[in-house]
Design a protein around this ligand. Structure first.
Ligand code: F6P
Length: 568
């Protein structure tokens, strides 16, 4: 395929389009009876077990998908990523988050330079700094150890670290290392988020980590100025040096902000924001909370999947299979959404993180060469841990729209509970649902079955389940730092696979810019209206009306109020 050919013009795409008719004639109830098919739809790597036999797909579908991968030059695209080519062409950047978790002796080049030594310099600096803070040899301005950390950041500078923190919070090994410490995340520019973050914390014992790739993100910078004020109003301006550190690619702006560059932890423009949890973005706050050794295990788990993704044949390659199946569901079967359903409360922040990884990466309308796409790319990701989701939106998944589901289960709970006399342990109870739901979706329930159960005639349509609803099951042995890294990397690479096949740039995010620039115009208007009582001008009728109403209803707020911080 030449670089300007769209994937939909290739023969394998057309073959898959035609193949949809064959699949429409099948039902998962029957497909699941074919043991050979099911067995060849199970893959294992380094403890991860993927069963995709409940996809509306046959072995023939898979062959056609491998041909599609070939037509999209998937193997070459993966190699281009690992070899540091500027595959993020609209920003002229390499895409090398795999280098963030590569072993010390690996060689990964970007622009002719091996980036791995730089990665490890920062990791060593984080190890050293976090040990100092954790041991109390780095102390606050009044001589007290810093036991609490607030990480300020948004989007990729927040969601990944929050997901990993939430997942580690109940891991017995991590719990031991986190004793007496707190890690909080301040993301939203809503002052309520500031209030929630500082509630119960003492600036004397708090370290603030400002995390921003660009160090220009409006929300993060205002929150950083707010917490700088919180610290300096309590402890004096000189305390900032002891109580604020930064993670950024823009060390000049870090210094301008007033943070000592020695207390700044770098990363690089070849790390996309949403792929940055393995850089100092995640590693610093997580090491402060759990110690570097735990975080290193997380990096090793991710690295194991990186090697697998690069080297395993497509039929055995978990991220490739996940990605191809998503393309099949979205572009051929016409299912635009995907539910991420971890049967683990520790993974409650996994879906929010993957929402950004997936939707910011693949929510594109043009090909990498700027050609409008005649097909939809990207998918709508959402999710909740099981079983909570079952009591929320599963109704729609069972009897309403068809939403391919990712069921993620853990063999051994982080926090097992056994009650004498109960039929099963609490974790087995949870996992009973994990095993039951995919079959309920696949098999459904027929009118005949209901009749046999003497269900009243008028209720039969309401109690019938069509079935044939696709899902996949991913089983992890445990949920420790290593497995969390594996899970993260599997999904990161899955998203890349989808983008490579759709022929889009999964590593830029121009779509977030327009709203940001319009907010700048509104900000200016709010300022002039509040300080000079100027009328709202230059907006459409609706926005003018809304802004005027907002200003009028809050006209009792003084034009130049004194500094006010939340009192909570
Ligand atoms: O939402 C847009 C975005 O640029 C994301 O891609 C990024 O993760 C987030 O803002 C935060 O950016 P930064 O780390 O530069 O503050």
């Amino acid at each position: 395929m030449t670089s300007t050919t769209l994937i939909c013009d290739t023969q394998p795409w057309k073959d898959l389009k035609a193949h949809v008719e064959d699949i429409k004639k099948t039902h998962l109830r029957d497909l699941m009876n074919d043991k050979e098919r099911c067995e060849s739809m199970m893959v294992e790597f380094d403890g991860l077990f993927l069963d995709y036999s409940r996809q509306c797909a046959t072995l023939n579908t898979m062959d056609k998908l491998y041909k599609l991968a070939e037509a999209a030059s998937l193997k070459q695209q993966i190699n281009r990523m690992y070899s540091g080519e500027h595959i993020n062409s609209t920003e002229n950047r390499s895409v090398l988050h795999v280098a963030l978790r590569a072993p010390r002796d690996a060689v990964i080049n970007s622009d002719g330079k091996n980036v791995v030594p730089d990665v490890w310099n920062v990791l060593d600096k984080i190890k050293d700094f976090s040990e100092k803070v954790r041991s109390g040899s780095w102390i606050g301005a009044t001589g007290k150890p810093l036991k609490d950390v607030i990480a300020i950041g948004i989007g990729g500078s927040f969601l990944g670290p929050l997901f990993v923190h939430t997942a580690l919070q109940t891991d017995p090994e991590a719990v031991e290392f986190a004793k007496g410490r707190q890690l909080r995340f301040l993301a939203n520019v809503d002052p309520i988020d500031v209030a929630r973050n500082i509630a119960g914390l003492n600036p004397e014992t708090t370290l603030v980590v400002v995390v921003s790739k660009t160090f220009t993100t409006a929300e993060t910078m205002l929150n950083a100025r707010t917490l700088r004020e919180w610290i300096s109003s309590a402890l004096g301006p000189s305390a900032v040096a002891k109580h604020m550190v930064a993670v950024s690619t823009n060390l000049t702006l870090v210094e301008k902000f007033g943070i000592d560059p020695n207390n700044a932890f770098a990363f690089w423009d070849w790390v996309g924001g949403r792929y940055s949890v393995c850089s100092a973005v995640g590693v610093l706050p997580l090491s402060l909370q759990y110690g570097f050794s735990i975080v290193e295990k997380f990096l090793k788990g991710a690295s194991s999947i990186d090697d697998h993704f690069r080297s395993a044949p497509f039929e055995k390659n978990i991220p490739v299979l996940l990605g191809l199946l998503s393309v099949w569901n979205v572009s051929f079967l016409g299912y635009p959404a995907r539910a991420i359903l971890p049967y683990s409360q520790a993974l409650e922040k996994f879906a929010p993180h993957i929402q950004q990884v997936s939707m910011e990466s693949n929510g594109k309308g043009v090909s990498i060469d700027g050609v409008p796409l005649p097909y939809e790319a990207g998918e709508i990701d959402f999710g909740e841990p099981g079983t909570n989701g079952q009591h929320s939106f599963y109704q729609l998944i069972h009897q309403g729209r068809v939403i391919p589901c990712d069921f993620i289960g853990i063999v051994k709970s982080q926090q097992p509970v056994y009650l004498k006399g109960e039929v099963v342990s609490n974790h087995d109870e949870l996992m009973s649902n994990f095993f039951a739901q995919p079959d309920a979706l696949a098999y459904g329930k027929t009118a005949e079955q209901l009749l046999k159960e003497n269900v009243s005639q008028h209720l039969i349509p309401h109690k019938t389940f069509s079935g044939n609803r696709p899902s996949l099951s991913l089983l992890l042995p445990t949920l420790n730092a290593y497995n969390i890294g594996q899970l993260l990397a599997s999904y990161e690479h899955r998203v890349a696979v989808e983008g490579f096949v759709w022929g889009i740039n999964s590593f830029d995010q121009w779509g977030v810019e327009l709203g940001k620039s319009l907010a700048t115009q509104v900000r200016k208007q709010l300022h002039t209206s509040r300080t000079k009582s100027e009328p709202v001008e230059g907006f459409n009728f609706s926005t003018t009306k809304l802004l005027t109403r907002y200003l009028q209803a809050s006209s009792d707020i003084p034009a130049d109020p004194p500094t006010l911080l939340p009192r909570i």
